[in-house]
Design a protein around this ligand. Structure first.
Ligand code: SF4
Ligand code: SF4
Length: 343
């Protein structure tokens, strides 16, 4: 498809048209935290951001959500499934977070069993990605297989060229989103395309300086778990779960029922394999009693089981888990391991 261009001054027109048709989520700053939030009339997205503090996944997989409600009535128990899905546009997501949706798309449809809450939202969502002008410190997306200039899973990709964005339309859904404000777009001129290409090349060159070696992820993960560095790592882990909650691909959840006055609701909320009670069973046995077993699960899920079952790495190199309070950086540790040739 031909590349288009939209002046930044026309962005409010496009966002207005999108908002008339769908819930539009875009990066905004709330109480010092940059996150994706639904734009209200008059809200402007914050598009000059590095990356959001919290991951994109929370738009489609909220931290807490009600799955069903029930009420006792004279006629019996009335159970209602909750469906809050609606046409949605995600605007301005960084390529790593967009690529993270690919992992979740596969995980929430694994073995042909669909998570209806994810699938309903995802099927109604158009993703408009915004290429990073420069990498944030600690990002290693290309090392984790992210296409930083045209990410898989995006319907439209915007590249900042100063006073305008060059627009790549990647799907029919993306075309429909552009068509809503067709008068705001023009064909990109040759110099626009050159500017976009140069912006991409600069980004990739800067990212290359932050690259780490994640080749042969499964062998690397196993070698790390046998290495002298491993004990130093798991011994420090506080099992706080921050790395999982901030990760755009982690998707464990817990489900609990809350009852009150003859009615109630079934809630699911984020959980993490780092939690001390994640594998604790009713009889008291815990299959992963220490941080060693729990962090082993994290390493293997991201770099071995995930790729084996879903065909993609469980890490997209966003670097958010480097906010670990005890400075555990699993990916950096893995990248330093010597992977021996199989005998
Ligand atoms: S494991 Fe860490 S770097 Fe990789 S996607 Fe998750 S939060 Fe980002
Ligand atoms: S953020 Fe760090 S301390 Fe917390 S669970 Fe993850 S690795 Fe352990």
């Amino acid at each position: 498809m031909d590349r288009l261009k939209i002046l930044k001054s026309r962005l409010p027109d496009w966002l207005g048209k999108l908002r008339a048709q769908a819930a539009v989520y875009a990066p905004v700053e709330r109480a010092g935290v940059t996150c994706f939030a639904r734009l209200a009339p008059g809200d402007e997205p914050q598009l000059d951001y590095g990356n959001t503090d919290t991951p994109l996944k929370e738009v489609l997989f909220p931290q807490t959500e009600c799955l069903i409600t029930w009420q006792r009535t004279p006629e019996g128990l009335q159970v209602q499934e909750v469906d809050t899905s609606e046409p949605t546009v995600i605007f301005g997501a960084r390529p790593c977070d967009v690529t993270g949706l690919r992992f979740l798309d596969r995980a929430f449809r694994l073995g042909g069993i669909e998570d209806p809450y994810w699938v309903r939202r995802r099927d109604k969502t158009t993703v408009i990605s915004l290429v990073c002008p420069h990498p944030v410190p600690g990002c290693f997306g290309p090392s984790a297989g992210v296409n930083e200039t045209s990410p898989e899973g995006a319907d439209v990709v915007l590249t900042d060229i100063g006073s305008a964005y060059v627009v790549e339309v990647k799907s029919e859904q993306g075309q429909a989103a552009v068509d809503l404000a067709s008068d705001a777009f023009t064909s990109a001129a040759e110099e626009d395309l050159i500017a976009a290409r140069e912006a991409g090349e600069t980004l990739l060159a800067e990212l290359a300086e932050q690259a780490i070696d994640l080749e042969e992820p499964e062998a690397r993960a196993k070698a790390f778990l046998q290495s002298p560095a491993w004990e130093q790592v798991w011994n420090r882990c506080l099992s706080c779960g921050i790395c999982a909650f901030l990760c755009p691909t982690c998707h464990c959840f817990d489900i609990c029922d809350q009852s009150c006055r003859g009615g109630g609701e079934r809630i699911r909320c984020y959980d993490t394999c780092s939690s001390k009670i994640y594998t604790k069973q009713a009889g008291g046995h815990n299959a992963r009693p220490t941080a060693k077993e729990r962090l082993t699960q994290r390493v293997m899920h991201k770099f071995s089981y995930g790729p084996e079952r879903l065909g993609v790495l469980g890490c997209v190199g966003c670097g958010r888990c480097r906010r670990c309070p005890v400075d555990i950086d699993l990916q950096l540790e893995l990248s330093r391991v010597e992977v021996k040739e199989p005998v």
